[in-house]
Design a protein around this ligand. Structure first.
Ligand code: HEM
Length: 409
């Protein structure tokens, strides 16, 4: 079997380690560093990078949870290093993930209210049949790439279904979505990504105007016609929130799907247990979410001094919470470095916690459940046949290509 192991970073290298560097996350194994930080420096001060501000690194599960539920930390200066280090996020106050307080609660209620059981059931039915179909075709093909042939297709289709993007526009939205959010090569084309992001925003602007004139039951129409205390949402709020569903829901879900298959291939006993029905799909989904942890870190800015993990954070300090570490904290998880599909309890922080808990969590779980079910029913063996490629980013992580041979059940 093809097994890829990344070179381990020795905790002795910590002083020289730059956690903002995408290559560190794509090309190295940080598990020993995280273990060291959890045990010795649970509140670690990262040195400045290129003259930027220093930032705190939070690595334990309990401290991560404490940050997420504490309103002395704000998301309005950005929720990842990329924006926090430059001091602002252009979507602040307009996009859910970087809005706080009353406005956040009100707009979030509009979005979660639109995800009615009827809408979720409709999306789920489509997801299940799409994934089954894609896995059937992957099995018929025998040799292929799970990331490209299956995972890349599903989340964006689901989001387009939610927003009722017309069929004719979907290839365009898919192309822009991929280039706006993904970081598939070390020489990531940031100008191209920026252009695609702006084209997507412009696309949603048109769609909002169309739906205002002729609303349907999709999420764009709900946002375009919702009133909060008698007033419509601003166009910026609607456009940025439509865009944020692609930003938040496409690549993350793809990475969880592909990483899950990679983990099953690397753990044949777990795969056999899944196939034999000895472990439930629901607990398997949670373990895949913990194991893959597609969001590597989240960030906040302290607005007041906070005592945390034996240290003191001052107002104005940047705090990063590393889910990539918290989800493997031995204080929370028994044998965290084992992939165990029957793990219970499994209080992973893959979707964060508290007021910004992922609004797409239910949808992501449906997609993973459909993936595992299709594999269980249609596939006998999963063999990795080549080297998977990893994402170059400090805030999302995992494998986006996975050359595999799927043998029919
Ligand atoms: C495995 C897949 C996913 C992962 C790992 C993931 C992860 C996360 C995390 C960690 C947050 C919290 C951000 C913060 O606290 O700053 C979040 C928020 C969010 N996610 Fe997801 N997500 C996934 C799927 C989705 C999907 C499918 C959608 C939509 C279709 C989505 C839309 C959002 C939105 C809009 C927010 C902002 C919520 C708020 O600030 O109140 N996500 N997600």
């Amino acid at each position: 079997m093809h097994v890829t192991r990344l070179p381990l970073v020795d905790p002795a290298e910590l002083d020289a380690l730059d956690l903002t560097a995408p290559a560190v996350h794509a090309e190295r194994d940080l598990s020993a560093v995280w273990r060291h930080l959890r045990s010795e420096q649970p509140l670690y001060r990262h040195p400045p990078v290129d003259g930027g501000p220093r930032f705190w690194v939070v690595s334990r599960h309990a401290d991560a949870t404490a940050v997420f539920r504490d309103n002395r930390f704000t998301s309005t200066s950005g929720n990842v290093l990329e924006t926090l280090l430059v001091g602002s996020d252009s979507a602040a106050g307009k996009m859910l993930a970087v809005t706080d307080g009353t406005r956040h609660t009100e707009v979030r209620r509009v979005i979660t209210g639109a995800l009615t059981p009827a809408m979720l059931n409709r999306l789920a039915a489509h997801i299940r049949s799409q994934i089954r179909d894609l896995v059937e075709r992957a099995v018929a093909r025998v040799d292929g790439d799970f990331g490209r042939d299956v995972a890349a297709e599903v989340p964006l289709t689901t989001i387009c279904d939610m927003l009722a993007v017309p069929d004719a526009d979907r290839p365009y939205v898919h192309r822009l979505g991929s280039s706006a959010v993904s970081s598939h090569d070390p020489e990531h084309d940031s100008l191209g990504a920026w252009t695609s992001k702006n084209e997507l925003l412009a696309y949603f602007l048109d769609l909002v105007e169309q739906r205002r004139a002729a609303p349907g039951d999709d999420l764009v129409s709900v946002l375009a016609t919702a009133r909060i205390r008698g007033r419509l949402l601003s166009t910026d709020e609607i456009v940025f929130n439509c865009y944020s569903l692609i930003l938040g829901g496409d690549e993350t879900t793809r990475l969880a799907m592909t990483g899950g298959v990679q983990a099953l291939a690397a753990n044949p006993r777990q795969w056999r247990a899944l196939r034999a029905g000895e472990v439930g799909i629901d607990s398997a989904v949670e373990e895949v979410l913990r194991w893959t942890t597609p969001s590597r870190h989240l960030g906040r800015l302290a607005v007041e001094p906070v005592e945390l993990a034996g240290g003191r954070i001052e107002a104005g300090d940047i705090v990063t919470v590393w889910l990539a570490s918290a989800n493997f904290d031995e204080r929370e998880f028994a044998e965290p470095d084992e992939f165990r599909l029957d793990r219970t309890p499994n209080r992973h922080l893959t979707f964060a916690y508290g007021p910004h808990f992922c609004v797409g969590a239910r949808l992501a779980r449906i997609q993973l459940e459909a993936t595992l079910t299709a594999l269980r029913d249609l596939v006998a063996d999963i063999e990795v046949t080549g080297t998977p490629q990893r994402v170059y980013s400090n805030f999302i992580g995992g494998t986006f290509t996975l050359p595999v041979r799927l043998t029919a059940a």
